[in-house]
Design a protein around this ligand. Structure first.
Ligand code: NAP
Length: 286
């Protein structure tokens, strides 16, 4: 079990501090961020030294958790190395989904072992319970010699490690962004439509429906999609568009764009004439 230092006591840093402590590691110091954020972390995890300067925290850790915003990572690593707070005998990890090993380069050159770890889980402000990480899939990017200990750390937190090559981290992250933020945006449009239809509990309709369609697509891919575009039902799509343009014009374009996306996924299975009819309808001048 390692002595852990947390740099960046925000959403991820605070939850990870609790998670590592619960897994039996000793969280010994927190640095960086505001005094208020550091104090909040120290209230949640016993025995943590509150250090304003990131370097003072990092040099206490055998394992340094870099939990600062993605854009600050490289500068923070450089600063810690120049302060001789990160190097030989230490391990440094960051948790930025879109980043591989590049921001850790200086730490590796200084002799530290490094890994880029990313839990595919959202950590909202105020998330206290490390249980949210249990069972989560984690992307693991590390040199072959570092995969073993990095995999062990993920296992300590109850996670499920999957190696992602350094060169594939941007695509990996794009996939998660589409899967989380874009799906959330689409559901928020569906919710607005149901509220406009005076449905008083949109969640009662959308919850089971969204869960079932997501589960089906996760299992079978695009062939699990259903609905008027998939059926080639241009009349229904036209009726939706006409009514949206009249009553909720701000949602007509998002509806059209989403129908284009559905069509792109299932076009090969549609009669070409029907596919052309739908394309013309969706591209019609507004
Ligand atoms: N939140 C999530 O859902 C989630 C999920 C997976 C991975 N991650 C990753 O976790 C990392 C942290 O994200 P987050 O959501 O926890 O962000 P956050 O809540 O904004 O926390 C960032 C923390 O770093 C501090 N900080 C900012 N710039 C700094 C600097 N230059 N030096 C030292 N400390 C600095 C902030 O200070 P203040 O206290 O003053 O704000 C704050 O405490 C990111 O790499 C992110 O991609 C986040």
């Amino acid at each position: 079990m390692s002595r852990v230092a947390v740099i960046g006591p925000g959403r991820a840093g605070t939850l990870l501090a609790s998670a590592f402590a619960r897994a039996g590691h000793r969280v010994v110091a927190v640095g960086g961020g505001s005094q208020a954020s550091r104090a909040r972390l120290c209230e949640q995890v016993a025995g943590v030294r509150n250090e304003a300067r990131p370097a003072d925290a990092a040099r206490r850790g055998e394992l340094v958790l870099l939990c600062v915003p993605d854009d600050a990572l490289e500068d923070v690593v450089t600063h810690l190395v120049l302060e001789e707070a990160l190097g030989e005998g230490q391990r440094a990890v960051h948790f930025a989904g879109s980043q591989g090993l590049a921001p850790l380069r200086r730490a590796r050159l200084a002799g530290a072992r490094v890994a880029a770890l990313h839990p595919a889980m959202t950590i909202p402000a105020g998330a206290h319970d490390p249980e949210v990480l249990v069972g989560a899939a984690w992307a693991l990017t590390a040199a072959p010699d570092d995969v073993g200990w990095a995999r062990q750390l993920i296992g300590d937190l109850g996670g499920d490690a999957h190696e992602v090559p350094d060169s594939a981290r941007t695509l990996y992250h794009a996939g998660l962004v589409v899967g989380a933020n874009a799906v959330g945006a689409v559901v928020s449009i569906a919710r607005r439509l149901l509220l406009a239809a005076r449905v008083d509990a949109p969640e009662a309709f959308l919850g089971p429906l969204v869960e079932a369609s997501v589960a089906n697509v996760l299992r079978d891919g695009a062939k699990a999609l259903t609905g008027p575009v998939v059926r080639g039902d241009a009349g229904t799509v036209k009726a939706h568009l006409d009514e949206l343009s009249r009553d909720l014009p701000e949602l007509a374009d998002p509806y059209r764009a989403l129908a284009v996306i559905v069509l792109s996924q299932i076009r090969a299975g549609l009669d070409p004439g029907v596919a052309d009819e739908l394309t013309a309808l969706l591209e019609e001048e507004r």
